[in-house]
Ligand binder design. Structure first.
Ligand code: TRH
Length: 379
């Protein structure tokens, strides 16, 4: 049985939506499914407001979905530390807060929630403590794709909601109609969320030249410039619709996380990026390509290949090579058209594989549940 505790989650928005995307989702789930009391400290409320419409960009405190959201300003206002303290992605906690943790007579669990990686060292490092000044201990909590890790964020009812949605074409129709869209039978549905990417043009060429029609849904974001250049336009914005050959393109507004899930569920193939959309696309049970966040000295290639090694383990050599070829072309920025056509040969196998992978990941447990268990066990 889990203990009801208070949690402080600290999030610095470095850039993009990944940091706040993960912490906001985790905070909501800890409240909704585990009955925990959660404060989410965010330094950038404008970015938070993109994910959580209705957010005030200036309020020092506000409640959303049962989460006590605090604006984390440089001038620390002082706060009694919670029972469990999570610094997300090695962000630096306020010094007075750490001092208050050290002084407290309660046992306080201090965790650093790490970035997601499929590399094999993760299992060995997950949940290891490290001694801090003042006698405090900090544990490193690693999300991951294997049993010995912290798992992935997944709401308890997510798969059931997704399956209901994917089984009922009316739900998909209604979702698309909300954006003024409809998908004709036989149209391949695709979504695109990526950083600036030179590989986009080759992919769009291949889709436009295909014998099967495609509808590409692109939420507003950094990749729009590449799509606009391919169309020969200066810019694109939400609501724009264009067609070239067999390809129709619809630019959608940036949506809530729940709507974005539905967009992924609608599609036969999803191009995603970062960390959070990458996980959500896996829960969609459909083939995907990951535009990994580029790191200095090309360190991201090790992460990408480590994931591919796990993901492709139970797939035949030919479809595995085809998928790997497309992922590499996508991240290298060239050769995506030919790699896409090669991958289409294995469309059915890759779809079945994506669904199997989802269920394999479910069996690993989920991040929020594992965090709550870790705390209960630590007590
Ligand atoms: O925004 P990102 O590129 O974030 C990245 C990664 O987290 C990366 O690991 C980190 O180092 C870097 O930022 C600084 O991609 P990510 O992680 O997929 O986050 C996007 C979030 O936005 C995710 O929660 C899904 C959500 N989203 C919406 O809510 N609505 C939308 O319309 C779209 C396209 C995304």
């Amino acid at each position: 049985m889990s203990v009801k505790a208070s949690w402080d989650i600290f999030c610095v928005v470095v850039d993009n939506y990944g940091d706040i995307g993960v912490t906001w989702r985790l905070a909501r789930q800890l409240v909704a499914e585990h009955g925990q009391r959660v404060r989410l400290w965010v330094d950038d409320l404008d970015t938070f407001a993109r994910l959580c419409p209705g957010t005030s960009a200036t309020a020092s405190q506000q409640w959303h979905e049962g989460v006590d959201v605090r604006h984390w300003v440089p001038d620390w206002p002082g706060a009694e530390p919670a029972d469990v303290v999570i610094e997300a992605f090695a962000c630096q906690l306020p010094a007075p807060y750490i001092e208050a943790m050290a002084r407290s007579e309660r046992r306080i669990l201090w965790l650093n929630l790490e970035y997601l990686s499929a590399e094999d060292w993760v299992v060995g490092c997950h949940a290891l403590p490290s001694m801090q000044p003042d006698g405090l201990q900090k544990y490193f909590f690693f999300p991951g794709f294997e049993q010995g890790t912290g798992g992935l964020i997944r709401e308890g009812d997510l798969l059931a909601r997704r399956e209901t949605f994917q089984r009922d074409p009316k739900l998909r129709e209604a979702f698309l109609q909300g954006f003024g869209l409809s998908a004709q039978p036989g149209t391949r549905m695709l979504s695109l969320f990526a950083y600036e990417n030179c590989a986009v043009a080759g992919w769009l060429d291949a889709l436009a030249a295909d014998s099967q029609p495609s509808l590409l849904l692109v939420p507003e974001g950094r990749v729009l410039g590449d799509v606009a250049s391919w169309l020969g336009l200066d810019e694109l914005s939400a609501g724009d619709r264009h067609a070239r050959g067999a390809l129709q393109i619809a630019v959608l507004p940036f949506m809530t996380q729940n709507q974005y899930d539905m967009l992924l569920w609608c599609c036969d193939f999803n191009a995603v990026r970062g960390e959070e959309s990458f996980i959500r696309a896996q829960w969609a049970g459909r083939p995907l390509v990951w535009h990994i966040y580029p790191q200095e000295e090309e360190a991201h290639w090790d992460k990408l290949n480590a994931f591919l090694e796990l993901y492709l383990r139970d797939l035949g050599p030919a479809p595995a090579a085809a998928l790997k070829g497309f992922w590499h072309a996508w991240n290298a920025g060239e050769g995506s058209g030919a790699a896409w056509s090669a991958m289409l040969e294995y469309e059915a196998e890759l779809r079945a594989h994506a669904e199997r992978w989802t269920h394999k990941q479910v069996a690993n447990g989920d991040l929020a549940g594992k965090l709550v268990f870790f705390y209960t066990d630590w007590l």
